[in-house]
Design a protein around this ligand. Structure first.
Ligand code: GLN
Length: 550
């Protein structure tokens, strides 16, 4: 921890889904635009030690960091909005905190004392906060959940104590609330905000700044009313107005004077904010010259939260092609060789994202087949790459019933399988797995290097030979089938530096067909769109233009 790090704690009131994660990320962006270094941490009140095993239906995407931590999807926003690199210290859950305290207690570290929420759990939380602060000017800490929840109380108590520890000039409480417009009354209502702040004050936290989520700019009078009832200065009542696009949030906050308030209250001297790049970005997003329709063939099609980073990366790919990307989520269970033609007819590019479990697998194979045969640009990510390999093995190499051993343990041709032994670059150890291996422990997680072959879609995109990308999967390409598949035209354009693990496959004689074992979406940013997404959208756009000419 740098000695003079300042802390901003972001809490949320009234109801969930007000955009606390985005607000925290946007605050980070604003402070960076003033030349400060920042990082962001999320404290999650749930008991799971990490979100790795949580169902995407319930919790949305699991975001993966370079160091292989499976985290809350808000960390994806933090990386997309700022230059902060997320890692294991950027996400703590109640489970992780208790796990650590209980482990210490079992080891006898508390010397026989009674272990209690205050001070042992709260001390553990405060230490975890400090762990994330390494050498940045400002650490922004987002507290998950809503004020009033029982389970977030230890976190709130810990951040309350924090101010006593580091002083008022080094800590700031920002509270996000809702100011709804009630159409029957014809006005916005401040009562939910008043109640939420009252609740926060009852546990000893007086917010310094209020972010009021609303669909319109708040008038001076309303701000004055909120200021009076909530004991917050009127300049610190900020309209967090709904926006068309998430990347507008930093600009709206700036317009409302949020960054001025923050640096004043924290007594920081900075340069004026430079937000030209954000303004430029919004201009591009709002008036694209072209548009393209991409079919995303997956399982969680009703809950696009589970593909958060993917959706963002596709949007970034659009920005770099001056193009709006329309996403058409297709439930792979509804796809078969009959329905494919109709359901994918409008798709100018087809993407099969990551996934686990057998449901909808055959539909995804149909989609890959449709893309390959009809020369529609195809992008397979993780499971999507494995699907492309299975499709190619079955229909080009003639390996009937080829499959991944994840979906068919008895397939005669396990072209994707659980590798028994492999050298793990990150831990520098030989890893061994078998069918009984513990679920979480057997995943290949986090950043791994990949060497790229020349004259490939991959080399065209990356324009370099050595890259690093993030992984989250158990199964791998089976090298036993490598020669056979290559002979039939499959190209292995990326592999681990020792050649053991296949990372990228392609199909030649196609406008763009690429599958990667890693998740490139985790590293795409609005200002630096990921090269694979850029080129996939580029190829889809060319496809769209040539269709229009016909
Ligand atoms: N289910 C596959 C595996 O475990 C793919 C995982 C993924 O797409 N993230 O290897």
């Amino acid at each position: 921890m740098a000695k003079d790090t300042k802390y901003i704690f972001v809490t949320g009131g009234v109801l969930s889904s007000l955009g606390k994660g985005l607000a925290s990320a946007a605050i980070g962006a604003l402070l960076e635009s003033r030349g400060l270094t920042v990082t962001i941490q999320k404290l999650d009140p749930y008991i799971n030690v990490d979100p790795g095993t949580m169902n995407p239906f319930q919790h949305g995407e699991v975001f993966v960091t370079d160091d292989g931590t499976e985290t809350d999807l808000d960390l994806g926003h933090y990386e997309r909005f700022t230059h902060a690199k997320m890692g294991k210290n950027n996400n703590f859950t109640t489970g992780k905190i208790y796990h650590s305290v209980i482990t210490k207690e079992r080891k006898g570290d508390y010397l026989g004392g009674t272990v209690q929420v205050i001070p042992h759990i709260t001390d553990e939380i405060k230490n975890s906060v400090k762990l994330a602060a390494n050498d940045v000017d400002v650490l922004i800490v987002e507290i998950g959940g809503t004020i009033g929840d029982i389970e977030s109380l230890p976190f709130l108590e810990a951040i309350r104590q924090f101010r006593a520890d580091v002083g008022k000039e080094n800590s700031l409480y920002i509270h996000l609330t809702l100011v709804p417009y009630i159409s029957t009354a014809g006005e916005v209502k401040t009562k939910p905000t008043q109640h939420s702040v009252k609740e926060l004050r009852s546990i000893g936290i007086q917010p310094d700044i209020l972010l009021c989520r609303t669909d319109r700019f708040l008038s001076k009078d309303i701000k004055a009313k909120i200021s009076l009832f909530c004991n917050v200065s009127v300049d610190a009542v900020i309209t967090a107005k709904d926006v068309d696009h998430i990347y507008e949030v930093p600009l709206i906050f700036h317009q409302e004077g949020l960054d001025d308030q923050i640096i004043e209250l924290l007594n920081i001297w900075t340069r004026n904010p430079q937000l030209d790049n954000w303004e430029e970005l919004i201009k591009k997003i709002k008036a694209p010259k072209h548009s393209v329709t991409i079919a995303v063939v997956g399982k969680y099609v009703d809950l696009t939260e589970s593909y958060k980073s993917l959706n963002e990366a596709l949007c970034h790919g659009g920005i770099s092609n001056d193009c709006k990307v329309n996403l058409n989520f297709i439930d792979s269970e509804k796809l078969d060789s009959g329905t494919c033609i109709q359901m994918l007819a409008d798709a100018e590019g087809i993407l099969v994202p990551g996934g686990f479990g057998q449901r909808g697998i055959e539909g995804k194979i149909c989609a890959a087949n449709f893309a390959r045969v009809n020369k529609v640009p195809y992008f397979g990510i993780c499971l999507g790459m494995q699907i492309a390999v299975i499709e190619f093995a079955r229909h080009v190499a003639g390996l009937e019933n080829a499959n991944s051993s994840e979906f068919d343990a008895n397939t005669p041709y396990p072209v994707i399988y659980l590798m028994r032994e492999w050298f793990d670059e990150r831990s520098q150890t030989v890893q061994r797995r078998d069918d009984l291996s513990d679920k979480g422990a057997t995943m290949r997680l986090g950043a791994y290097s990949c060497h790229i072959e020349n004259n490939s879609f991959a080399s065209q995109a990356y324009q370099k030979e050595d890259i690093s990308e993030r992984h989250r999967h158990r199964y791998e390409f089976n090298n036993e089938f490598m020669d056979q598949l290559k002979e039939k035209g499959m190209i292995v354009s990326g592999a681990s530096p020792n050649g053991e693990l296949v990372e990228i496959i392609e199909i030649g004689d196609h406008p763009w067909f690429l599958g990667c074992q890693f998740h490139p979406e985790f590293k795409s940013r609005p200002m630096e769109p990921h090269p694979l997404f850029r080129d996939f959208i580029g190829a889809s756009l060319r496809n769209s233009q040539s269709r229009n000419q016909q």
